[in-house]
Ligand binder design. Structure first.
Ligand SMILES: Nc1nc2[nH]cnc2c(=O)[nH]1
Ligand SMILES: [Zn+2]
Length: 440
């Protein structure tokens, strides 16, 4: 199942192929269709038998923090208290490369065992911890868009930098990592609350010098945060304007949360072709608010989804999709009722568009990379029972979002390379030269 078009504008966006096949060559999809037909057309192809499960495009998480994997689940505090008491002390521990490497491994494992194949990752404030992250990411084969997080006020001294250092360290990281293997770079001021105009200008200088890097930050997440930003930037019209004035907004800009965004800001986000990364579990856990999805879409703002680990509650994009659905339900008249097709789109293709990678990933179209997650619930599990009795593909997809967890992820590929296999599902155990019924 995949969504090669946008279900918010196309009622037939969900494509389902029962007993389908994908021909993969050099990591890319070169043909697709009915399995029996493909088998006849390509009799020499090695067959990976994925019956008994559902194959989806790999999930794309467009907002997730690598230093926060070990503090997931700090409930009971609003954003600014949670940052002070839980998050920033942990982020300061990444001054040790040894600690950073262990955290990076935990983080990357969390992504791939949940079926996430591409992520836009908030890095560390420490340059060396960002190097460590890219080194470890290269080992896993995942696609990552990541960058050094920069701030120069309001956090804690050891996490602050200067505009000069932010520029020089950012430049060195971009030259070392951007476009190397599956890595890309994102210029990442933490949020305007912890950024002077000088540091936003340093970020803009990097984006001017390297026009194809990405930009990401937070926006309008929490009422106290929004009020503080207003006081810190008296010359700006609103929160978005603090980034806009610096020249940071464009097609590759992803702004996380956008819960309390005004109509003026939405209009400007649309005009700049920015993406809002919706993080429903985090918004619920930190009590940030109910994301106005309808207002974003009506204004023409592209929306993707992120787990926001560790403000969020885990790496599962299935859980994130379900929470997005819940929150729209809770908004009543103001909400947008979401179908399983919307949830799949938000978890996959919408993320590819946010990263301007829609020509390479996000669906199973011919020419796309084979980035995929095979969901196969353990035999005897409740989800297994539900799927065995589902009467339509839409029911199946709804059940995956409502019930699916990490335990249901059996195999994961990026560019045709297997990056995760659950015990009992290692590649060789299910790959045959010929399907069993042809063996005499
Ligand atoms: N959710 C979230 N919001 C932020 N705003 C600034 N930093 C953070 C963070 O780490 N998490
Ligand atoms: Zn965040």
């Amino acid at each position: 199942m995949h969504t090669p078009s946008n279900p918010f504008t196309d009622d037939d966006a969900l494509h389902v192929q029962e007993d389908g096949g994908l021909l993969v060559d050099g990591g890319k999809i070169t043909a697709s269709g009915d399995f029996a037909t493909l088998r006849t057309e390509y009799p020499e192809a090695t067959i990976t038998d994925l019956r008994g499960g559902v194959l989806l495009p790999g999930f794309i998480d467009t907002h997730v923090h690598y230093p926060q994997v070990r503090i997931i689940g700090g409930l009971g505090m609003p954003l600014l208290d949670w940052l002070d008491h839980v998050t920033l002390p942990e982020e300061a521990r990444l001054s040790s490369d040894t600690y950073a490497r262990a955290v990076a491994r935990d983080f990357l494992h969390g992504l791939r065992c949940n079926g996430t194949t591409t992520a836009l990752v908030f890095g560390s404030h420490y340059r060396s911890a960002v190097d460590v992250f890219f080194e470890e990411a290269a080992q896993t084969g995942l696609r990552t868009v990541a960058g050094q997080v920069v701030s120069d006020r309001m956090l804690r001294d050891e996490l602050h930098t200067t505009p000069e250092l932010a520029y020089s360290e950012g430049k060195a990281l971009i030259e070392r990592w951007h476009g190397v293997g599956r890595a890309r770079y994102a210029v990442t001021p933490r949020f305007s609350l912890s950024a002077s105009e000088g540091i936003l200008d340093a970020c803009a200088a990097l984006m001017h010098e390297f026009p194809d890097v990405h930009f990401t930050s937070h926006i309008n997440e929490n009422v106290r945060e929004v009020q503080t930003v207003k006081e810190l930037f008296p010359g700006s019209l609103d929160y978005l304007d603090t980034y806009d004035r610096a020249g940071l907004l464009g097609r590759r800009s992803v702004l996380a949360h956008s819960v309390h965004t005004t109509d003026r800001e939405l209009g400007q986000m649309a005009a700049h072709h920015c993406t809002a990364a919706h993080c429903p579990c985090s918004n619920s856990a930190l009590g940030s608010g109910l994301f106005p999805l309808k207002r974003h879409l009506n204004a023409g703002v592209h929306v993707s989804m992120g787990t926001d680990v560790g403000g969020g509650t885990g790496f599962s994009m299935l859980k994130e999709g379900l929470q997005a659905y819940f929150m729209q339900q809770l908004l009543g008249e103001g909400g947008l009722p979401l179908t399983p097709a919307h949830l799949l789109y938000l978890s996959t293709r919408a993320g590819a568009q946010a990263l301007d990678m829609q020509d390479q990933i996000g669906d199973f179209g011919v020419g796309k990379a084979f980035d995929a997650v095979w969901l196969r619930p353990p035999e005897g599990s409740t989800l297994d029972a539900i799927l065995n009795h589902a009467t339509s593909s839409s029911e199946t997809l709804a059940a995956l979002f409502a019930n699916g967890t990490q335990a249901d992820v059996a195999r994961v590929w990026v560019g045709g390379d297997e990056v995760f296999a659950r015990a009992g599902f290692k590649g060789s155990e299910v790959v045959q030269k010929q399907p069993p019924e042809l063996v005499s």
